[in-house]
Design a binder for this molecule. Sequence first.
Ligand SMILES: Nc1ncnc2c1ncn2[C@@H]1O[C@H](COP(=O)(O)OP(=O)(O)OP(=O)(O)O)[C@@H](O)[C@H]1O
Ligand SMILES: [Mg+2]
Length: 140
Amino acid sequence: MNGEISTPTDELTQRLSASPRGARLARRLTAMQLTAWGHPHDSEVNDTAQHLVAELAANAVTHGRVPGRDFELRLLLLPEDTLRIEVSDPRGDRPLRFINDAYGEHGRGLILVTLLARTWGVSERDVGKTVWAEIGLRRA
Ligand SMILES: Nc1ncnc2c1ncn2[C@@H]1O[C@H](COP(=O)(O)OP(=O)(O)OP(=O)(O)O)[C@@H](O)[C@H]1O
Ligand SMILES: [Mg+2]
Protein backbone atom coordinates (compact mmCIF):
# COMPACT_ATOMS: atom_id res chain seq x y z
CA MET A 1 0.00 0.00 0.00
CA ASN A 2 1.04 3.56 -0.49
CA GLY A 3 1.35 4.87 3.04
CA GLU A 4 -1.92 5.69 4.71
CA ILE A 5 -5.02 6.29 2.69
CA SER A 6 -8.40 7.23 4.09
CA THR A 7 -10.84 4.41 4.58
CA PRO A 8 -12.81 3.93 1.38
CA THR A 9 -16.55 4.36 1.56
CA ASP A 10 -16.94 1.78 -1.21
CA GLU A 11 -14.68 -0.30 -3.40
CA LEU A 12 -14.36 -2.78 -6.21
CA THR A 13 -11.56 -5.34 -6.35
CA GLN A 14 -11.22 -7.65 -9.32
CA ARG A 15 -8.53 -10.03 -10.48
CA LEU A 16 -8.21 -10.23 -14.23
CA SER A 17 -6.19 -12.25 -16.69
CA ALA A 18 -3.00 -10.57 -17.89
CA SER A 19 -4.17 -10.32 -21.49
CA PRO A 20 -5.59 -7.71 -23.83
CA ARG A 21 -9.00 -9.11 -22.98
CA GLY A 22 -8.35 -8.66 -19.26
CA ALA A 23 -7.27 -5.09 -19.88
CA ARG A 24 -10.43 -4.37 -21.88
CA LEU A 25 -12.51 -5.90 -19.13
CA ALA A 26 -10.81 -3.65 -16.57
CA ARG A 27 -11.89 -0.63 -18.55
CA ARG A 28 -15.44 -1.87 -18.94
CA LEU A 29 -15.75 -2.71 -15.24
CA THR A 30 -14.55 0.79 -14.46
CA ALA A 31 -17.22 2.33 -16.67
CA MET A 32 -19.88 0.20 -14.96
CA GLN A 33 -18.66 0.91 -11.44
CA LEU A 34 -18.41 4.64 -12.02
CA THR A 35 -21.95 4.57 -13.39
CA ALA A 36 -23.09 2.79 -10.24
CA TRP A 37 -21.36 5.51 -8.23
CA GLY A 38 -23.33 8.20 -9.99
CA HIS A 39 -21.02 9.13 -12.86
CA PRO A 40 -22.68 7.92 -16.07
CA HIS A 41 -20.84 6.64 -19.11
CA ASP A 42 -20.74 9.94 -20.91
CA SER A 43 -19.56 11.99 -17.93
CA GLU A 44 -16.10 13.49 -17.74
CA VAL A 45 -15.21 11.60 -14.57
CA ASN A 46 -16.22 8.26 -16.06
CA ASP A 47 -14.27 9.00 -19.21
CA THR A 48 -11.14 10.05 -17.31
CA ALA A 49 -11.30 6.98 -15.07
CA GLN A 50 -11.64 4.75 -18.14
CA HIS A 51 -8.60 6.32 -19.80
CA LEU A 52 -6.50 5.94 -16.69
CA VAL A 53 -7.51 2.32 -16.17
CA ALA A 54 -6.94 1.54 -19.85
CA GLU A 55 -3.35 2.85 -19.73
CA LEU A 56 -2.49 1.28 -16.37
CA ALA A 57 -4.05 -2.05 -17.33
CA ALA A 58 -2.29 -2.05 -20.71
CA ASN A 59 1.00 -1.51 -18.91
CA ALA A 60 0.23 -4.22 -16.36
CA VAL A 61 -0.50 -6.83 -19.03
CA THR A 62 2.50 -5.95 -21.20
CA HIS A 63 5.35 -4.67 -19.02
CA GLY A 64 4.15 -6.08 -15.70
CA ARG A 65 3.09 -9.49 -16.88
CA VAL A 66 4.31 -12.74 -15.41
CA PRO A 67 3.02 -15.73 -17.39
CA GLY A 68 0.18 -17.48 -15.63
CA ARG A 69 -0.40 -14.66 -13.16
CA ASP A 70 -3.34 -12.30 -13.02
CA PHE A 71 -3.30 -8.60 -12.46
CA GLU A 72 -5.68 -6.79 -10.13
CA LEU A 73 -7.88 -3.75 -10.51
CA ARG A 74 -9.12 -1.84 -7.48
CA LEU A 75 -11.36 1.18 -7.49
CA LEU A 76 -11.69 2.97 -4.18
CA LEU A 77 -14.18 5.65 -3.39
CA LEU A 78 -12.38 7.84 -0.86
CA PRO A 79 -13.87 10.56 1.32
CA GLU A 80 -13.74 14.10 -0.03
CA ASP A 81 -14.81 13.10 -3.52
CA THR A 82 -11.72 11.24 -4.56
CA LEU A 83 -11.49 8.18 -6.76
CA ARG A 84 -8.39 6.09 -6.29
CA ILE A 85 -7.49 3.62 -9.02
CA GLU A 86 -5.02 0.85 -8.23
CA VAL A 87 -3.64 -1.57 -10.79
CA SER A 88 -1.33 -4.22 -9.38
CA ASP A 89 0.90 -6.57 -11.33
CA PRO A 90 3.26 -9.33 -10.21
CA ARG A 91 6.53 -7.92 -11.58
CA GLY A 92 8.71 -6.29 -8.97
CA ASP A 93 11.92 -6.17 -10.97
CA ARG A 94 11.05 -3.53 -13.54
CA PRO A 95 10.81 0.15 -12.76
CA LEU A 96 8.45 2.45 -14.59
CA ARG A 97 10.16 5.06 -16.70
CA PHE A 98 9.24 8.04 -18.78
CA ILE A 99 10.18 7.49 -22.39
CA ASN A 100 11.61 10.64 -23.89
CA ASP A 101 10.71 10.05 -27.49
CA ALA A 102 8.31 12.73 -28.64
CA TYR A 103 7.68 11.19 -32.03
CA GLY A 104 7.98 7.56 -31.05
CA GLU A 105 5.18 5.08 -30.76
CA HIS A 106 5.67 4.40 -27.07
CA GLY A 107 5.69 6.34 -23.88
CA ARG A 108 2.28 7.94 -24.20
CA GLY A 109 0.73 5.95 -21.39
CA LEU A 110 2.45 7.51 -18.42
CA ILE A 111 2.32 10.98 -19.96
CA LEU A 112 -1.43 10.61 -20.26
CA VAL A 113 -1.62 9.35 -16.67
CA THR A 114 0.37 12.37 -15.51
CA LEU A 115 -1.94 14.73 -17.37
CA LEU A 116 -5.19 13.12 -16.24
CA ALA A 117 -4.48 12.19 -12.64
CA ARG A 118 -4.40 14.64 -9.76
CA THR A 119 -1.64 12.50 -8.32
CA TRP A 120 -0.19 9.08 -9.09
CA GLY A 121 2.63 6.82 -8.04
CA VAL A 122 3.98 3.34 -7.58
CA SER A 123 4.16 1.34 -4.39
CA GLU A 124 5.86 -1.96 -3.77
CA ARG A 125 3.98 -5.03 -2.69
CA ASP A 126 5.19 -8.32 -1.24
CA VAL A 127 4.95 -9.61 -4.78
CA GLY A 128 5.08 -7.05 -7.56
CA LYS A 129 3.79 -3.52 -7.35
CA THR A 130 0.77 -1.28 -7.45
CA VAL A 131 0.51 1.66 -9.80
CA TRP A 132 -2.10 4.03 -8.42
CA ALA A 133 -3.74 7.23 -9.58
CA GLU A 134 -6.28 9.56 -7.99
CA ILE A 135 -8.80 11.92 -9.52
CA GLY A 136 -11.34 14.30 -8.05
CA LEU A 137 -14.98 13.44 -8.47
CA ARG A 138 -16.41 16.90 -8.18
CA ARG A 139 -17.23 18.71 -11.36
CA ALA A 140 -14.60 21.19 -12.46
N1 LIG B 1 3.30 -1.96 -14.95
C1 LIG B 1 4.56 -1.81 -15.41
N2 LIG B 1 5.52 -2.72 -15.12
C2 LIG B 1 6.79 -2.57 -15.54
N3 LIG B 1 7.21 -1.55 -16.32
C3 LIG B 1 6.30 -0.62 -16.67
C4 LIG B 1 4.94 -0.69 -16.23
N4 LIG B 1 4.29 0.40 -16.72
C5 LIG B 1 5.18 1.08 -17.43
N5 LIG B 1 6.39 0.49 -17.41
C6 LIG B 1 7.63 0.96 -18.05
O1 LIG B 1 7.51 2.34 -18.28
C7 LIG B 1 7.58 2.61 -19.68
C8 LIG B 1 6.66 3.74 -20.03
O2 LIG B 1 5.29 3.34 -19.97
P1 LIG B 1 4.26 4.05 -20.94
O3 LIG B 1 2.91 3.51 -20.65
O4 LIG B 1 4.45 5.52 -20.83
O5 LIG B 1 4.76 3.64 -22.39
P2 LIG B 1 4.56 2.27 -23.17
O6 LIG B 1 3.64 1.37 -22.43
O7 LIG B 1 5.91 1.74 -23.48
O8 LIG B 1 3.88 2.73 -24.53
P3 LIG B 1 2.37 3.25 -24.75
O9 LIG B 1 1.73 3.34 -23.39
O10 LIG B 1 2.52 4.58 -25.39
O11 LIG B 1 1.73 2.23 -25.62
C9 LIG B 1 7.27 1.28 -20.38
O12 LIG B 1 7.84 1.19 -21.66
C10 LIG B 1 7.88 0.29 -19.40
O13 LIG B 1 9.26 0.19 -19.60
MG1 LIG C 1 1.77 2.04 -21.78
